[in-house]
Design a protein around this ligand. Structure first.
Ligand SMILES: Cc1cc2nc3c(=O)[nH]c(=O)nc-3n(C[C@H](O)[C@H](O)[C@H](O)COP(=O)(O)OP(=O)(O)OC[C@H]3O[C@@H](n4cnc5c(N)ncnc54)[C@H](O)[C@@H]3O)c2cc1C
Length: 303
């Protein structure tokens, strides 16, 4: 049996109450199904437990990395040293704030939030129904689809800083723009977010959600592991169209490939490595640049 590292021994000794998994495969926590073991993966269940984790890891000189549902992350083959804090399913809870606003925990999936809102007859999150990440990852990325973005309905969020202090960030401070929020420039951890919605007939909301889901299923390679759109939308074009025009539909590096069904998606055909996926993204970006003069930037967060 592999001997535990000093960090693993210290964490388990100092945090006996917290759910910690050692050498936990990142591939099991990312939608690309890629990534070696995380030295320590923690699953805190409360603000207090999360603050304690931050305190102990700072004491041990380790900067943690935050993981939601792992649907926008490419994790390294060699695994991750240090601490990964997984919030999916940990920071749950959805509560109405008043008749039209909702507070939602960071670990809740966007799909669950959209279904909950529809049940209350609250419209504004239909677009988020098919986005597989958590609310934490969604606000961090300003996730969006079919003309909607979380940033347009998000009122503000509770954020914990690295010292464990919680403050409320209003939407001005969150500075949403295309696939961006101000969280990306800090080490703040989103605990919950508030959404301002509007009244509508629950059946009409559900019908819109169903129609968008059908559109998604028809156009996206949902049966293969991916992280959604591999590249951000460039100025003056669409990544998928540019990739297609460069003749790269189906292009492969090992078992990482541009989807035959949707050229904007990079998929894992089975057993792809992070190295292959990174090489694929680089080659596609270079070939699109040669073909169109437009440089594609990955939307996937490469760890
Ligand atoms: C099939 C498929 C379809 C997709 N379709 C869309 C789409 O239509 N539109 C779209 O925008 N995206 C789409 N995505 C991408 C992805 O779902 C979104 O980017 C989503 O917002 C990521 O959420 P997550 O919880 O999985 O975050 P993760 O992938 O776990 O993390 C993404 C980033 O957010 C950070 N993060 C996560 N949680 C927190 C938190 N609580 N506090 C601070 N930082 C945090 C992480 O550190 C990381 O940098 C798709 C992905 C897949 C696999």
């Amino acid at each position: 049996m592999k001997e535990l590292s000093v960090f693993q021994k210290s964490m388990t000794a100092l945090l006996p109450e917290t759910e910690l998994r050692l050498d936990e495969p990142m591939a099991a926590h990312t939608s690309l199904r890629i990534g070696g073991g995380a030295e320590v993966m923690a699953f805190p269940k409360s603000n207090g437990e999360l603050a304690q984790l931050l305190k102990v890891s700072a004491l041990l000189g380790v900067k943690p990395v935050i993981l939601g549902a792992g649907t926008n992350v490419l994790a390294p083959d060699e695994g991750m040293e240090g601490l990964v804090i997984c919030l999916k399913d940990c920071f749950g809870g959805i509560d109405p704030l008043d008749t039209m606003d909702i507070r939602c925990g960071a670990g809740v999936t966007m799909s669950r939030l959209a279904v909950y809102a529809a049940g209350l007859g609250l419209s504004g999150l239909e677009f988020a129904h098919g986005i597989p990440g958590t609310v934490g990852g969604g606000v961090y990325m300003n996730a969006g689809a079919y003309g909607g973005e979380l940033g347009t309905v998000c009122l503000g969020a509770e954020v914990m800083d690295s010292s464990g202090k919680v403050t409320y960030w209003d939407r001005e401070r969150l500075r949403f723009s295309y696939r961006h929020s101000a969280l990306q420039e800090t080490d703040g951890i989103l605990l919950s977010a508030d959404f301002a919605l509007r009244r509508d007939d629950p059946e009409a909301i559900r019908a819109r959600m169903k129609a968008l889901m059908e559109k998604r299923t028809a156009s996206q390679p949902l049966t293969l592991p991916s992280a959604g759109s591999a590249f951000k939308r460039p100025q003056g074009g669409y990544a998928a169209a540019l990739i297609d025009q460069a003749g790269l539909r189906g292009f492969r590096v090992g078992n990482a490939a541009i989807s035959e069904k949707h050229a904007g998606f990079a998929v894992n055909l089975g057993g792809a490595t992070a190295g292959e996926m990174k090489a694929l993204l680089t080659a596609v970006s270079d070939r699109v640049y040669e073909n169109s003069g437009i440089r594609l930037e990955p939307e996937i967060r490469i760890w």
